[in-house]
Design a protein around this ligand. Sequence first.
Ligand code: FUB
Length: 325
Amino acid sequence: MSQLPQQHRPLVTHIYTADPSAHVFEGKLYIYPSHDLDHDGPSNDNGDQYKMEDYHILSLDDFDSPVTDHGEALHLRDIPWASKQLWAPDAAYKGGTYYFYFPARDLEGNFRIGVATSATPAGPFAPEASYIEGSFSIDPAVLVDEDGEAYMYFGGLWGGQLEKWQQGEFDPSGAEPAADAPALGPRVARLSEDMLTFAGAAEEIAILDENGEPLLAGDEDRRFFEGAWVHKYNGLYYLSYSTGTTHKLVYATSRTPQGPYTFQGTILEPVIGWTTHHSIVQFQDKWYLFYHDSSLSEGVNHKRCVKYSELQYNEDGTIRLVQPD
Ligand code: FUB
């Protein structure tokens, strides 16, 4: 059930894990991953192969200690509004309560984002009766800023349905913009004081190139696809995300949490498997990248494993490229 963590090696091997959101809570490192199921069902661009049903939370006292799997923290059967596919989650802490944010398809088949609460970082988490009003698409990532304001970043193309929400409501025929039009950006919503609702409508984040022009939808090496994560380093906001079809983790920076962000470069080259998804966290004076690949299943896209690597910054604040292995 537990093993010593090693850089670029699966954090655990007794279950398939993906989409790691790492946080330091109560002096320990907690990882909130998806829990991939082993199955032989269909695989397609809609992401039907990612049919996860529960979440397991992992923790480490430090990198010299074994990884603990805290068992089932939340199951689909206990979420009244959700029908299937518990995808990439995140967690946050505020005012004595831990908040667990997760996407799932609602009873109509549209992705929404829900929240569950616990008094402890490992859960179990009790879900709210309905999804967050005004939420849609996938991959929530929550930043609680130094001034106490909390922001949720979210969105993902294709199976994540972001292109179907361009008009403010779900449009089943919604498509990605033309290659020479601005790419779709991730969304950001400020969370209310209670961390359970949006304080206002979600807004699209602009990601600009070095000339201040929006990245274009055809710029698949740099445009946003899914898996947004925002962290702060030396007062600067770093928005990192997956480029999906080109399988990279890249980043952009801004002086404000809502952007606009300016594209900077690549963090991680493509890994084994189609998806790439990550988080960045500071722990005991070092910075770490948590990511996943499909090496544990020798390349099966929906049977992934969480890994980590130390992350280093250059003196000018740019991030050094991490090689997957
Ligand atoms: O794990 C299911 C989906 O695959 C996530 O929500 C995406 O970010 C991708 O990793």
